[in-house]
Design a protein around this ligand. Structure first.
Ligand code: MLT
Ligand code: ZN
Length: 476
């Protein structure tokens, strides 16, 4: 059972961070009370902005002793309300934004040690300044923070080549719920010394402690990038194209993103400066990127040759190869502005599912039929990371009106899409996490033994349940 902090306790907490780390005026607290998608509205009387791991440790020690709920927040870009406090108002919020030092870069070891509050784009820039690549890349990289990326095991558009956030971490520094600091900031590729504690905290969404720093894996900085936008008849052709590209020796492939015609129409309509780059209209499109550390023309030649062959055997209808960096940016803008265009077009019911890549075409067909059966007025906007088997399976309102009758079907649509994902042994959250949005559904859709193990771990590390209460798991 969690308590409400007394005025004395609030004062003690404020003293830990000093006046520059205290946010306690309603107008300053307000941005922390609403999530990125404006699905949740919470309450709190105090936001703390510690500037060191030691201060985080003292905060958690005190909250643990007094059974006070703590909600960690990074860039507040969660899609699942993962960083919004409950409306009860008895939790305190801990923002990591002042922990933003680049602690160490080791170009020869290909590692970078950063604090949790570094913005993802700053991490990428620090790597680039040392002629290295930190490959995690997301639409919100200008504002999301690396601590949040790791806590939610973020995905993005380069997972095909480099993996999820989890795959990009070697070591972590974590403050445990009772204030102890787990200093596991190792920079080792090989370390077989028992349970992998690091992977417990990645993807835990702040429910097991607060990640304060991480040692990240770096890669050679690409000097040649080849980007293509291609048109295909259907998702099955896109899957076949991906297989063909891979078997033709395209180890350099880093991005393979599927987009439907409606997404092109939405970005052309709602995003300034975007127009359809193709001569004809096509039902589906794929953004493809390959890269290498070599400065070479070979990659362009290889990719265009494979795409020409794909066109000859009817797998691909039209091919546009980016001829300049501005054309590359334009192709990327089309893909990256889909979520914004979708929001401008109206409301949407979103799903973030994954299945095996080979099952995606059937999943899209069956899922579309199910959703259309429930909400014939809905507009299917299905796009995403085909190369990872991960799709944003969204259903939009027909226009920007309120459409309460459409939103009344939300649970039915969620169930239909998620049950279908389960039939394919898929996931109801490929990359956006659970937060509070999918907490109750998780119980329905995750293996019961796995749920028991998660509760066992939570109980062992956070016996009072102070860490990010009500996220991922319901209270015991
Ligand atoms: C994306 O892939 O664009 C995001 O993960 C989904 C979104 O912003 O809706
Ligand atoms: Zn995505």
């Amino acid at each position: 059972m969690l308590n409400t902090p007394t005025p004395e306790l609030l004062n003690q907490l404020k003293q830990i961070v000093g006046p520059s780390g205290v946010v306690d005026q309603p107008q300053d607290i307000a941005p922390y009370l609403v999530d990125h998608r404006k699905l949740y509205r919470g309450a709190t009387s105090l936001v703390l902005r510690p500037e060191s791991t030691e201060q985080v440790s003292q905060i958690l020690k005190l909250c643990h002793a007094h059974h006070i709920g703590v909600v960690p927040v990074g860039g507040n870009t969660s899609y699942c309300g993962g960083a919004t406090p409950s409306s009860a108002g008895n939790e305190i919020v801990v923002s990591l934004s002042r922990l933003k030092r680049i602690r160490h870069i080791d170009p020869d070891n290909y590692t970078l040690t950063v604090e949790a509050g570094c913005v993802l784009a700053e991490v990428q820039q620090a790597a680039e300044a040392a002629d290295r690549l930190f490959p995690l890349s997301l639409g919100s990289e200008g504002s999301c923070q690396i601590g949040g990326n790791l806590s939610t095991n973020a995905g993005g558009t380069a997972v095909l080549r480099y993996g999820m956030a989890r795959d990009l971490v070697l070591g972590l520094e974590v403050v445990l719920p009772d204030g102890r600091v787990l200093d596991d900031l190792n920079a080792l590729r090989k370390n077989n010394t028992g349970y992998d504690l690091r992977d417990l905290f990645i993807g835990a969404e702040g429910t097991l402690g607060i990640i304060t720093a991480a040692t990240l894996k770096l890669y050679p900085l690409p000097r040649t990038r080849v980007t293509a936008l291609v048109a295909v008849d259907d998702p099955a052709a896109a899957v076949a194209l991906l297989s063909f590209l891979r078997s033709s020796g395209s180890d350099a492939l880093s991005t393979f993103e599927l987009m439907p015609r409606i997404a092109i129409e939405l970005v052309c309509r709602h995003i300034a400066g975007i127009n359809d780059p193709f001569d004809d209209t096509h039902p589906w499109y794929v953004l493809i990127e390959a890269s290498t550390a070599q400065l070479t023309d070979h990659l362009t030649e290889e990719l265009s040759e494979v795409l020409v062959r794909s066109q000859q055997n009817q797998l691909v209808r039209e091919v546009l190869l980016a001829q300049s960096s501005s054309q590359r940016e334009f192709f990327w803008r089309i893909r990256e502005t889909i979520p914004e265009a979708q929001t401008r077009a109206g409301g949407s019911i979103k799903h973030d599912v994954s299945v095996s890549i080979s099952d995606l075409p059937k999943f899209i067909e069956e899922g579309t039929a199910l959703c259309k059966g429930i909400a014939p007025e809905g507009v299917m906007v299905i796009y995403g990371h085909l190369g990872d088997g991960s799709l944003h399976f969204n259903i939009n309102t027909p226009d920007a009106g309120a459409h309460p009758e459409f939103f009344a079907k939300k649970t039915a649509l969620n169930n239909a899409v998620h049950e279908l994902a389960m039939r394919y042994r898929g996931s109801i959250s490929a990359e956006h996490g659970i937060g509070q949005l999918k907490r109750d559904e998780l119980v329905e859709f995750k293996n019961p033994v796995a749920m028991q193990l998660m509760h066992t771990i939570k109980q062992a590390l956070d016996p009072h349940g102070i860490m990010n209460p009500g996220k991922v798991l319901a209270g015991d």
